[in-house]
Design a protein. Structure first.
Lengths: 257, 264
């Protein structure tokens, strides 16, 4: 169970990008976050594993308050949170197996990482997951030899190697063609069920959000203004989420204040 | 047709006309001033021409009579260059990481940059003079000198490569909870390895060249052999040495060029 309360994020003392945001995600639900660019979707996701440092508020994952952790504790907590990136962020010059095993770096010693002496159960699990997503035959290929869809599968397997308690996906399909994009969305949905894992997906494609996720959260300029099942997302709600541009919102708020 | 203009000129780099012309004038004035005030004695120049001609005529034909001395000097230069490259590169890697703005904390970054600037700010000949004073004549002073020289070059370029990496890969490791050194090994090392190998080969080539120069001030190697030959007015032997130096440098440059091309 992930519980976000009164989350605020300001960059360098400017206007807040996230404003008193509350969100709860649990079980094995697949939640998509939609909203125009600049609404704060990416910042929200990155605050959860503190790639971006929240300004105030609390984020609790299964009883651990992530915002209060010291550096060493944060590292251990991050092992419990998987992340999938828009541009995959694979290490191009390493093999697929090394990329997949890099999801375990938080668990193995630096020496084992350097010498590539991965634990037997990790190797078995890697093959199992790679087989599940259809990339097992690429284990010894360099990551940059793969196509976009295959690369994102590596990204997903890497995140799952962590045996995370939650999976965050920051626009996982934005760099992919429409068909591959649907395959990755379907994969994320199916894996959430199989591994009983909650998944939060930032996404621009509303059709895919409706089709592949259980719940849609609409953000507009740092606030959640919609949170419901996909069927409840009607034209009026869409208009409200996507109407205007963040700059105008900012100006309007400045005038009101 | 419309009344839009049909000519266009690139705006000058310095917009202010007065400033632009003033700057040109100032440069011109300074060059004239320099020529007028630097003490150049044309009589000595013409006398020197004759001396230079005597030295060159004395150098022909080049003498390979003492080839064993030549080979010994070269082997020593090669050893100096190799040792200095290994030591310099080994020290450059941690210094480069310290001097990379995107991964080092601010104080460490300044320390790393300062180390590089100091290593770069003196020409190897000056460094060699200091080390020859410190540890005496011979190859050890040469190794120390070229190690410093290697740090200045390799660490600087490597730090710049580190600053250019795709940081997303680092983020991916951090988000998985990877410890610091594991992140370096998995996310950064693969991205800089090719450049690192290329730089090391280039530096070996460069050190071989520089070892001939620092030898002139007493830091061992073929440069010392050359300095001795000049000291004894053995201009024919000196020419032989010079020719071999040029030959070896051409070969090493070609070899390192081929290797670096293969790596790219």
């Amino acid at each position: 169970m992930l519980k976000i309360e009164k989350l605020v994020k300001r960059y360098n003392g400017g206007d807040p990008v996230l404003k008193d945001l509350d969100l709860e995600v649990g079980g094995q639900e697949v939640v998509s976050i939609i909203g125009s660019s600049g609404a704060g979707k990416s910042t929200l996701l990155r605050c959860i594993n503190r790639l971006v440092e929240p300004t105030s508020g609390t984020i609790t994952l299964n009883g651990t308050d992530l915002t209060q952790l010291k550096k060493s504790e944060l590292r251990l907590a991050r092992r419990r949170i998987g992340m999938v990136f828009q541009s995959f962020n694979l290490v191009d010059r390493l093999t697929v197996m090394e990329n997949v095993q890099s999801g375990r770096l938080g668990y193995i010693s630096t020496w084992a990482a350097l010498t590539r002496r991965y634990p037997k159960e990790d190797i078995r699990r890697a093959y199992e997951l790679m087989e599940r997503v259809g990339i097992a035959h690429y284990a010894n290929k360099r990551a940059d030899e793969l196509s976009g869809g295959e690369r994102q599968r590596v990204g997903v397997v890497r995140a799952l190697m962590q045996q995370p308690e939650i999976l965050l996906a920051d626009e996982p399909t934005a760099s992919l063609d429409p068909k591959t994009s649907e395959q990755i969305m379907a994969l994320l949905r199916d894996l959430a069920n199989e591994l009983e894992l909650p998944v939060i997906i930032n996404i621009h494609n509303v059709t895919e959000a409706k089709q592949y996720t259980d719940r849609i959260v609409g953000m507009r300029y740092g606030r959640i203004i919609f949170d419901d099942v996909p069927d409840a997302l009607d034209a009026a709600a869409m208009d409200e989420i996507y109407a205007g541009v963040p700059a105008e919102d900012r100006a309007a708020q400045g005038a009101a204040a | 047709m419309s009344d839009f203009p049909d000519t266009w000129r690139k705006p000058p780099f310095i917009r202010n006309t007065l400033l632009r012309r003033g700057l040109w004038l100032a440069i011109l004035a300074y060059v004239v001033f320099t020529m007028a005030t630097l003490p150049i004695d044309w009589e000595r120049v013409s006398a020197g021409m004759g001396r230079a001609a005597r030295i060159f005529s004395g150098a022909f034909p080049p003498s390979f009579a003492r080839a064993d001395l030549l080979i010994d000097g070269f082997m020593e230069s090669l050893k100096i260059a190799l040792l200095a490259t290994v030591a310099g590169v080994a020290l450059s890697i941690p210094i480069a990481f310290c001097a990379a703005r995107n991964i080092a904390p601010r104080p460490v970054y300044y320390l790393g940059r300062a180390t590089i600037i100091i290593a770069r700010s003196f020409h190897p000949v000056i460094v060699a003079i200091i080390f020859v004073k410190a540890v005496g004549f011979g190859p050890f002073a040469g190794v120390l000198t070229l190690t410093v020289y290697s740090i200045g070059f390799v660490a600087k370029l490597l730090a710049e490569r580190i600053e250019e990496i795709d940081f997303g890969q680092v983020e991916a490791m951090r988000s998985a909870g990877a410890p610091f050194f594991s992140t370096l090994i998995y996310a950064i090392a693969p991205q800089i390895l090719a450049r690192q190998v290329g730089l090391s080969i280039y530096q070996l080539d460069s050190n071989l060249r520089a070892s001939a120069v620092v030898g002139l001030v007493g830091a061992g190697g073929i440069g010392a052999t050359l300095a001795n030959a000049f000291g004894r007015y053995d201009y024919d032997f000196a020419l032989a040495i010079t020719m071999v130096i040029v030959g070896v440098i051409l070969v090493s440059e070609a070899v390192s060029g081929i290797i670096r091309e293969k790596l790219a």
